[in-house]
Design a protein. Structure first.
Lengths: 167, 117
């Protein structure tokens, strides 16, 4: 068992346990903060997969942006008198059956291929430059469309969230 | 019983050597948790958290396949687009949730069943 494997198991443990807390915790605040650890664990997995730029992007956008947005949502949509914000669950049994089917089929797929996977292809190197070149050459059109989508989402979110509309 | 025993021995021998399938299994677990959260939570923001878990699971798959089967970084570019769309989705969804809260005084997705007053 090499260092790579140990680090993988540490990050996988962090990710899975905190995702479990996100889904099963009764307290919304606890769920939101364990989502933080899930995102950090996933960023660690990205580093292990030689995706350094994506790991930093994950921390910046998910932790710095999306998680803060979600926390704003939690704070603004509950009457926060104390931190005890509870929530219920519904349809537990059908959801469990659905999840069992999904996870079982995925596990079956992976079981059928687990012996055939070899070692990683490319050697470890920095990816940022290559990613930038790809975004400016092969993926230029999706890149521009994504920027337009971000602009539309920004304006749409601002318009939707505005409190008192005159028109 | 013999086949089960050999399977268990093979599994234990496979476990410490991290390969593509390990990452895929972590991603499958994340995906299953996300689906469970989407299906069972009543609070709209917790449903959003489930969606984020599913997107993260998809991203792990993209990057793991890019690392283990390809020689280029196309999978990582796809993951970048997933992150971009997740950010846009979170912003718009939060705006909608705030509007729902102002109108219905709740974010319980069961009770919000009308499009118009």
């Amino acid at each position: 068992m090499q260092l790579f494997d140990i680090v993988f198991y540490v990050f996988a443990f962090i990710t899975v346990v905190s995702a479990f807390i996100v889904v099963f915790s009764k307290n919304i605040i606890y769920a939101a903060f364990s989502l933080l650890f899930t995102f950090f664990g996933v960023a660690g997995l990205y580093v292990l997969l030689n995706a350094d730029f994506l790991a930093v992007t994950q921390v910046l956008i998910y932790v710095g942006g999306i998680l803060v947005l979600l926390l704003f949502g939690v704070m603004l949509t509950n009457k926060v008198i104390n931190v005890e914000i509870k929530t219920g669950t519904i349809q537990t049994v059908p959801a469990l059956i659905l999840v069992a089917v999904v996870a079982g089929s995925l596990a079956g797929l992976f079981y059928s291929m687990w012996r055939t996977t070899g070692s990683p292809q490319a050697s470890v190197s920095a990816t940022t430059r290559t990613l930038g070149e790809l975004l400016m050459t092969s993926y230029l059109l999706p890149f521009e469309i994504a920027s337009v989508i971000l602009l539309v989402a920004l304006i749409g979110a601002a318009m939707t969230a505005r409190r008192n509309r005159k028109a | 019983m013999g086949s089960l025993e050999s399977f268990a021995r093979e599994f234990v021998a496979w476990l410490p050597h991290v390969q593509l399938a390990h990452f895929l299994i972590v991603s499958a677990i994340l995906f299953a948790f996300g689906i469970y959260g989407i299906a069972t939570r009543r609070n709209a923001i917790l449903v959003l958290m489930g969606v984020e878990l599913v997107l993260n699971a998809a991203n792990i798959n993209f990057i793991a396949f890019a690392r283990y089967t390809g020689t280029n970084l196309d999978g990582q570019v796809a993951a970048i687009f997933v992150i971009i769309l997740a950010a846009a989705e979170a912003a718009v969804a939060l705006a909608i949730v705030l509007n729902i809260y102002h109108r219905f005084q709740t974010v319980n997705v069961d009770e919000v069943s009308s499009l118009k007053e």
